[in-house]
Design a protein around this ligand. Structure first.
Ligand SMILES: Cc1cc2nc3c(=O)[nH]c(=O)nc-3n(C[C@H](O)[C@H](O)[C@H](O)COP(=O)(O)OP(=O)(O)OC[C@H]3O[C@@H](n4cnc5c(N)ncnc54)[C@H](O)[C@@H]3O)c2cc1C
Length: 429
């Protein structure tokens, strides 16, 4: 039997751990934080939940055991993420960003850098350690790797100071999560994708630089006040002659590949986030449909039109879940390389399931708009998913297109789980 969607005993246990955490610890805190008008206060309110998640191994589970993590697979991560995000995808995003920030070290860092930064995160005894992944900018991000030299593409610069063997960061980032940390004085570490060579295009001139909390020159404005994912902090970061030693830099000239691979890893996670959100909407709406009569003589599920719509929502959730699982499995098989497939899982699930949450609202009717019920929050959360995490248009679809436009693209590669090498020429320029 080579295809089997049943979970192992360990995965069932992992799901129970994640579900118990989400329902009993996360839910009450997240509901209160979602209603808090001040975005920084809302984020800070999540710290106790984060510390509990850390105790359960959910904050850095994706880091291999040799660096102190649990070494969970991408498929295992799907199981955890669905449970957490069925309750609060904003909190799920906090966990996700730890991966976006630290996994690139695993892929592109030196052994020394891995030992320093990954072990620092996994050995934290306070349970508060948090990391930021800083790509997005005010001018726009979709064209981060534009082939033109500065100022096309990413505009934050890091000039090399040869005399002091340091990089000097200047510029701003806009939207990155968690970067301000619990107190808006900085995450424990912030990874920045910066332009280390202003004269080269985005596929040669970008690199990654790690900036620890407390580095002079790095400041944070008030977080962005947004409609969904209110428990997640989105920052406006300024770097003004912010200096770090040269050993904090990695992937010199390959920052573009980091962005593409990181948002490939997160693609199925964002997809399963949409599954979690739509699942919650579906479960609530099923219950409503089986009890609410709308002043008729029977619960509304007895109307065929209502039943058909519920069936459609259920099928979309199932289809999205299995596409995300397969994409995660594919990434497990190929060391996280699967740029088009990871993107497909994200695009398909987040776009389809936003519409499914809205279908649930149509089924439930006018009461779905009331803050007394969960659908209004779920719609706000679902609306974020096709737009955040590299969107679905400017960045994720561009990767799918770039891979498929390559002359060697095998139309059956993903079906057969065969490797597809990602080349800079596939970035869509
Ligand atoms: C909750 C949340 C968390 C986030 N966390 C982070 C984080 O941790 N780190 C981080 O760096 N960012 C983060 N972001 C930002 C997020 O990753 C965005 O996806 C990213 O900034 C890109 O935005 P965009 O797709 O809207 O691009 P923009 O550059 O703003 O482009 C806007 C639109 O223009 C169109 N467009 C632009 N260029 C092209 C093109 N070449 N081809 C086709 N269409 C194009 C597309 O429709 C695109 O959606 C977060 C955002 C949210 C909401």
């Amino acid at each position: 039997m080579s295809i089997d969607f049943t979970l192992t005993a360990e995965q069932v246990s992992l799901r129970k751990t994640a579900r118990d955490f989400a329902q009993n610890i996360l839910k009450p805190i997240a509901l209160e934080a979602d209603a808090e008008p001040d975005p920084q206060k809302a984020f800070a309110m999540m710290k106790p939940a984060y510390i509990e998640a850390h105790k359960l191994g959910l904050t850095f589970g994706f880091i291999p055991t040799e660096y102190g993590g649990s070494g969970i697979t991408n498929v295992d991560l799907q199981i955890v993420a669905e449970e957490v995000c069925a309750v609060d995808p904003g909190f799920g995003c906090i966990l996700l960003v730890n991966g976006l920030a630290l996994l690139p070290l695993l892929w592109y860092g030196s052994e020394e850098q891995k030992r320093k930064w990954l072990v620092e995160a996994t050995s934290d005894q306070t349970g508060e350690y948090i990391a930021g992944f800083n790509v997005s900018e005010t001018a726009g991000t979709a064209n981060f790797d534009h082939a033109g030299a500065f100022p096309a593409g990413l505009q934050m610069t890091a000039e090399y100071d040869e005399a002091n063997r340091e990089y000097v960061l200047n510029g701003s980032k806009y939207w990155p999560s968690s970067s301000g940390g619990w107190d808006l004085k900085g995450a424990n570490v912030n990874m920045f994708i910066v332009r280390t060579d202003k004269h080269k295009g985005g596929n040669e001139g970008l690199s990654a630089i790690l900036v620890p909390r407390g580095t002079p020159g790095m400041t944070f404005k008030a977080p962005i006040d947004k409609i969904g994912h209110r428990t997640n902090q989105n920052n406006w970061i300024e770097c003004d002659n912010c200096r770090v030693p040269e050993e904090n830099a990695f992937a010199i000239g390959n920052g573009d590949l980091i962005v593409s691979k990181a948002f490939t890893w997160s693609g199925p996670v964002a997809g399963i986030t949409a599954v979690g959100v739509a699942r919650s909407a579906f479960e609530w709406t099923m219950e409503w449909a089986k009890t609410f009569t709308a002043a008729g003589d029977k619960p509304i599920i007895n109307h065929q039109a209502v039943g058909y719509m519920l069936g459609d929502v259920a099928m979309r959730i199932e289809a999205s879940r299995y596409l995300c699982w397969k994409a995660a499995h594919y990434l497990d098989m190929h060391d996280g390389e699967g740029q088009a497939f990871g993107a497909m899982a994200k695009i398909f699930s987040t776009e389809l399931l936003f519409d499914s949450v809205y279908k649930c609202m149509q089924i439930a009717g006018v009461n779905s708009l009331s803050k007394e019920y969960p659908l209004e929050k779920l719609l706000r959360e679902a609306a974020v998913l096709p737009i955040y995490d590299a969107g679905t248009v400017g960045m994720q679809r561009r990767k799918v297109w770039g891979v498929m436009a390559d002359k060697d693209y095998d139309t059956n590669a993903f079906r057969n789980c065969e490797p597809v090498e990602f080349k800079k020429s596939m970035q869509g320029w």
